[in-house]
Design a protein around this ligand. Structure first.
Ligand code: NDP
Length: 518
């Protein structure tokens, strides 16, 4: 199934129960398809690694404050590593309280004196410039993202970086049209935004946060996740290259418990935008209650991907794979619960297993790779713990035959069947390449099971009936419902959750509202 880089040592061998292609006698088309799939599974791929030479890693990175890279006041730093190899990539500044103070102060000044009063058409020019430079430097950004995060280059190149550019283009277009956006005749920015982002889509999350905030006249202090600071720092370099006035965007790296906590609590911050775990999101909500600060939270999820018996099954199987194995399943809106109608459950699971046997796990920089490394050791431990709990609670665990590199953080694509709604793997966010399969008989049962979670971020519905899609979309308590597709993102389309998945919307016209004083 997987061809890893020849220099990697291989240790972890997993069991397989993939269908045996050697059995004879049945020449039905199902069998022929199965045989063809098995051939593909056995196909060996020559490594096709993307060159790293386009990335110029510095040995150490400072904080980006007031338009310049500066040393942190107390000189603290930490190391960021490549999760696929555990190689140290660079040393990165760890911001302390004095650095947060300074970043917030310069952002406040830039907002009052320069960026806030600037006509929208002028702000747009800067944002269009940032978007164009992201496109020009897209290969560099994609390689750096895969190095620091562990995601396959195919995804960073084709999803993360183009979407980051698209967000800047889209919100640049709004900057001079705000009075027509439906927020009153004179929509005003909130002030200084403190933005804290996670490690799963480091560059894309930075773009989702910065582009709408800047378009409407706020200035920003952005804190990337500790394990993935490098593309946010490259974006800071792009912002410098685009000649944004000093202080409009500031990037402070460092620990969430220090720099992140100080940033959101800072009295000079008017708006907090957070994407990350539900646990930290709840803490922030408690801490900010009564302060008058604006807050939006984009938290976890446990999305149901619902397949009806009349669905186009080949497309549905692709949608299931994309729903849970895209970005190693480290996606807040991942389709981590497959709800499949009982009449087709066996067929779907069999086809899914065959498809999974063709996935390639390994070197994130290899252009053939489908699944890369898990971002960090703590996340891998969490996935392992929840998968073990699934087995202990009686679900049946399956992974395709899979050779994992011995260095780095790796987890094979995994499917659990015989899952009941009470199992932890059906309730808790795993944030890894692990799918829990449940069944249903009627649309009402599908809705009841899909909504049986504390989250409410996304869902998928697979059926040929348009009327059923519309009915389901009205019943599902999810901010986003995809029809016959999954994990599709577009800057024009609002994204966000209900319940413990958070509140507020990012993307689209609604995404402007989160940064306006309305
Ligand atoms: P966290 O919520 O801890 O981290 C998200 C961001 O918040 C990071 O930048 C982090 O900094 C920062 N942060 C952490 N603590 C604080 C704080 N007290 N005040 C302000 N900022 C803070 O997520 P984890 O990385 O620990 O991941 C844990 C789980 O969260 C995952 O297993 C997954 O279930 C979920 N998750 C959900 C995401 C989503 O997109 N909705 C994204 C990432 C994780 P630092 O990196 O330095 O800790």
């Amino acid at each position: 199934m997987t061809e890893s880089h020849p220099t990697e040592r291989h240790e972890a061998e997993l069991e397989t129960d993939a269908p045996d292609s050697s059995r004879g006698g049945d020449d039905s088309s199902e069998e022929l398809v199965a045989a063809r799939h098995d051939e593909r599974a056995a196909f060996t791929y020559t490594p096709a690694p993307e060159s790293r030479s386009i990335v110029h890693l510095k040995s150490s990175y400072g904080l980006f404050i007031d338009g310049a890279f500066v040393e942190p006041a107390d000189g603290n730093a930490y190391k960021t590593e490549n999760p696929a190899t555990e190689e140290v990539l660079a040393e990165v500044a760890a911001a302390g309280l004095a650095d947060v103070d300074r970043a917030v102060e310069v952002a406040g000044r830039a907002q009052r004196e320069v960026w806030g009063p600037m006509p929208g058409a002028e702000r747009a020019k800067y944002l269009f410039r940032v978007a164009r430079i992201i496109q020009e430097r897209s290969r560099e950004l994609a390689v750096l993202e895969s190095l620091d995060n562990g995601k396959p280059i195919r995804e960073s190149r084709d999803v993360d970086v183009p979407l980051a550019a698209a967000h800047f283009f889209y919100y640049a277009g709004w900057a001079d049209k705000l009075e027509y956006a439906g927020f009153g005749p004179h929509p005003a920015p909130i002030g200084v935004a403190g933005q804290v982002i996670p490690w799963n889509f480091p560059l894309m999350m930075a773009a989702w946060k910065l582009a709408p905030a800047l378009a409407v006249g706020n200035t920003c202090v952005l804190k990337p996740a500790s394990t993935t600071p490098l593309t946010a720092l490259l974006l800071a370099e792009i912002i410098q290259q685009a000649d944004l006035p000093p202080g409009v965007v500031n990037v402070i790296t460092g620990a969430g418990s220090v720099a992140g906590a100080a940033l959101v609590a800072h009295p000079g911050i008017d708006k907090v935008a957070f994407t990350g775990s539900t646990e930290v999101g709840k803490d922030l909500q408690r801490a900010l209650a009564g302060t008058g600060k604006h807050l939006t939270l984009e938290l976890g999820g446990k999305a149901a991907n619902i397949v009806f018996e009349d669905a186009p099954l080949d497309q549905a199987v692709e949608g299931i794979v994309n729903g849970i194995f895209f970005n190693q399943g480290e996606v807040c809106c991942a389709g981590s619960r497959l709800l499949v109608q009982e009449s087709i459950a066996d067929t779907v699971v069999e086809r899914l297993k065959r498809r999974l046997a063709t996935l390639r796990v390994g070197d994130p920089l290899d252009k053939n790779t489908d699944l890369g490394a898990i971002n960090n050791a703590a996340q891998l431990a969490k996935i392992e713990e929840l998968a073990a709990a699934g087995e202990a609670e009686g679900a049946v665990r399956w992974s395709p035959s899979c050779t994992l590199p011995s260095k780095g953080y790796w987890f094979a694509p995994t499917v659990f069947t015989n899952v009941s709604q009470a199992h932890r793997i059906a309730q808790e966010e795993i944030f890894g390449p692990v799918l829990s399969v449940l069944t249903f008989r009627t649309p009402e049962e599908a809705v009841a099971k899909a909504n049986n979670t504390v989250y409410g971020l996304s869902a998928g519905v697979w059926t040929e009936k348009g009327s059923r899609i519309l009915w389901m979309a009205g019943q599902l308590r999810a901010g986003v419902v995809w029809a016959n597709s999954f994990n599709r993102f577009d800057p024009t389309s609002p994204f966000g959750g209900y319940r413990e998945s958070g509140f507020g919307r990012e993307g689209g016209r609604q995404g402007l509202g989160a940064y306006l004083d309305v």
